[in-house]
Structure formats: structure tokens, C-alpha cells
Design a protein. Structure first.
Length: 393
């Protein structure tokens, strides 16, 4: 039995890949996504979306259909920079296509997913399969630095409560049913400034951090030693900074930042006890880091960086629909797994309690890397899977 969605998307795959190439040519770093947003809006208009909205932070939301079952598809249009541009095989913002491979920053993370979602939803409308369903395609901004916060703000601003959500992070077309959470912590020690020629008159805030750094290392060793657990947390000291009157002065303040990855069920209270142990015996202070930035619209964004892990039950109808869509498209049983990194699924699953899964084209190992690239066949296959997930429920 033929599948009208798959047949239709095969017939317009050149348009889909051309759109993806054009989106990659937009150099849209976090907080500077206007060009990509406008590119997505133009494509949605061309494809006959029923409604296109832009929220106050600049995320684009396209709607097709008006049924009771609401499917939210989300992937982000911001990217990390390519500071090694001269070392790339093809320029990172060229959208170069060669031998079935699309090259460029964002081809994996996650502009290919955005484009596949835009076309997948369009295919559902073209094939007349929207009865009782609404498809929302979100091209969200600022995910790279503010995981989930901007999708959460879009849902809140538009007063939306989806029935299901599909996140488009790279997975090599495997089906993700959750992610490991992420938190950022800030630890500060205070000292006393003095001239560098007379350190005995001061208190070096960096030296006071030595024991705390050793405790952080010890905490990670404890995680490494855990065996027989399905998932576990991790912690890494990701940055260190100090305040000093000059290069010939004793620093009077030192701050370190911890990237703490969260296992399922870890709460702020649980990790707070761990942080207390890390600074025990010192006069250091710690806090959860609040990330602050500005959208391209000028609106301020603040993220309290404690993003819990989440997981959707593998027997849930959404997961089953994803597996059927994968089998129908890829002609094999789809692998089910959890992302090790955090995603916009934090907004839907944790904040809104919406059943959430994820799937996307591209090899995660190429994200944020030199020569990021994605097979065009995977982009077309992703569009088919996105559409067929909605069709199968």
C-alpha cells in the first residue's frame, strides 16, 4: 500500500533541500535570528500555511489545520558561530550541496529539522489528512544559550497547550523519548586585594578556590564510580574568572561555573545538598546561575538554569506513532534512546506536561564542529516521519 505523504514529499524534495540550503546561508547566531525567521516566514507563506505568528522574542509559529488534537513541532534557528571558518572544506554559510550532502553551520543543529518540519506539515495539508488535527511548526530562537525558555515563552504568549510535541534535535533519525537535564551553578570566594609585591597583606581568592575545585573533581569521580544505574549525573568546571585591581595585584574575588548534567528525578533540593558538600568548610557561596540575554527584537530573556531531565513512557501512543512512522519511512525498526544533552523538550514536557518525543536528521557528533553537514536523504526522510507521526495518531 502506497503512502501519499511519502510520495508527495519525494516529488517536492528538491524544494525542501533548496529551502534548507537557503536557511543555512543565513548567519543567525543566538540573539540575531531575524534573517532566518524571515526566510521561514516566506516559505510558510509560499506553502499555504493557514496562520503565521511571530512572538515578542522573534520565534516563528506556523499553523496548519484547526482540529482538537494539536501537534507541536519545534526546532531552533539559532546557531553557534564558526570561528574556524577558514578551515572548513566548504564555507560554513554557503549551504553547499555535493554528492547528496548539505554542508554548513546549522545543517545538523537544527535548521534541517526546521525545514523538514515546515514541509512535513505542508504535506499533511496537501494530502488532505488534517481532519481533527492542528499542526504547529515552531522555528524558535535562542535555544543554544537558553534551552527551552524561548519555546516556553512562545507557548505562554500564544496561550497554547499542545496535545503532543516533537522536538527536532539531531538523532540520526533515531527516536528520542527524553533528555538528561542541565543546570549551571556559580561558586564565589572572596579575598582581600593587595599589591602583588606584598601578597602577605592580602587574601588570594583564587587560592581559596583550590579545595572547592578538588571537591568538584571528587564529585565527578563519584559519578564515574556509579555502576548498575540507567543514567547518572555529571559535573564539570566549565569556566573560572577572577576580579583583580591589575595584573600586579592579589585577586579579591574568584568565581567558578559548574555545568551539572541531571539524571531523571534529580531536583534542585537534591543538588543543593551536593553543592553544600562541595563548599563545606569554606566561606564560599553558591547559587544557580541565571543566564541573561536579549532577543533580536530587543526583549530581555532570563533563564534560571535548572532544567530537569524528562522521559516519555515508551508505551505512550506518541512513541508508538513515532516508531510506526520510522518503520514506514526507513523500512526498519527504529532505535529508541534518550539524548544526553538538554533540549527545548524541557518547555513542553516539564513546564507544560505535554507528552514529548524527538527525532532529527544529522549526526550529533557533527554539531558545533568544523565541516558540519547532513545527508539530504535524511532531511527528506525526517519530513516524512514528522508528517506520519501526526497521521498515525
Amino acid at each position: 500500500m502506497t503512502n501519499p505523504i511519502n510520495e508527495y514529499l519525494d516529488s517536492i524534495q528538491d524544494d525542501l533541500i533548496d529551502f534548507t540550503s537557503r536557511l543555512i546561508q543565513c548567519k543567525t547566531l543566538t540573539g540575531d535570528e531575524r534573517e532566518a525567521a524571515e526566510c521561514v516566514i516566506r516559505e510558510m507563506e509560499k506553502l499555504g500555511y493557514d496562520e503565521i505568528l511571530v512572538d515578542s522574542h522573534g520565534s516563528v509559529l506556523g499553523r496548519i489545520g484547526n482540529g482538537e488534537s494539536v501537534f507541536m513541532y519545534d526546532a531552533h534557528i539559532d546557531i553557534v558561530d564558526a570561528k574556524d571558518e577558514a578551515d572548513w572544506t566548504h564555507p560554513p554559510f554557503s549551504g553547499h550541496i555535493e554528492d547528496g550532502v548539505l554542508w554548513g553551520r546549522g545543517s545538523v543543529d537544527t535548521k534541517s529539522s526546521v525545514c523538514a518540519m515546515v514541509y512535513g506539515a505542508h504535506a499533511m495539508k496537501h494530502c488532505g489528512l488534517l481532519e481533527g488535527k492542528t499542526l504547529l511548526v515552531s522555528a524558535s530562537v535562542m535555544e543554544e544559550d537558553f534551552d527551552g525558555e524561548l519555546l516556553y515563552q512562545a507557548l505562554k504568549e500564544h496561550d497554547l497547550k499542545p496535545t503532543y510535541c516533537i522536538i527536532g534535535e539531531p538523532s540520526s533519525l533515531r527516536l528520542a523519548v527524553g533528555h538528561r537535564g542541565r543546570a549551571m551553578y556559580k561558586i564565589t570566594t572572596a579575598g582581600k586585594s593587595a599589591h602583588g609585591s606584598q601578597p602577605q597583606n592580602g587574601v588570594n581568592a583564587i587560592y581559596k578556590m583550590n579545595q572547592i575545585i578538588a571537591n568538584v573533581e571528587r564529585q565527578q569521580q563519584e559519578f564515574d564510580a556509579l555502576v548498575g544505574v540507567s543514567e547518572k549525573g555529571s559535573v564539570v568546571l566549565s569556566n573560572i574568572e577572577c576580579r583583580s585591581a591589575s595584573l600586579n595585584a592579589v585577586p579579591d574575588r574568584c568565581t567558578i561555573y559548574l555545568d551539572r548534567r541531571l539524571a531523571l528525578g534529580e531536583t534542585e533540593e537534591i543538588v543543593a545538598k551536593e553543592m553544600d558538600r562541595i563548599v563545606e568548610g569554606t566561606d564560599a557561596t553558591w547559587e544557580i546561575y541565571d543566564a541573561v540575554g536579549y532577543a533580536y527584537t530587543g526583549k530581555e530573556v532570563v533563564l534560571h538554569t535548572f532544567l530537569p531531565a524528562w522521559e516519555t513512557d515508551r508505551s505512550h501512543p506518541l512513541v508508538e506513532a513515532g516508531q510506526v512512522a520510522m518503520k514506514d519511512t526507513l523500512h526498519r525498526d527504529g532505535e529508541v534512546f534518550k539524548w544526553e544533552f538538554s533540549t527545548n523538550g524541557f518547555a513542553t514536557n516539564d513546564k507544560y506536561q505535554v507528552p514529548t518525543i524527538g527525532i532529527g536528521p544529522g549526526d550529533l557528533r557533527l554539531a558545533h564542529q568544523k565541516d558540519e553537514r547532513c545527508d539530504t536523504a535524511e532531511i527528506v526522510a525526517a519530513a516524512k516521519i514528522y508528517a506520519n507521526i501526526a497521521r498515525n495518531i
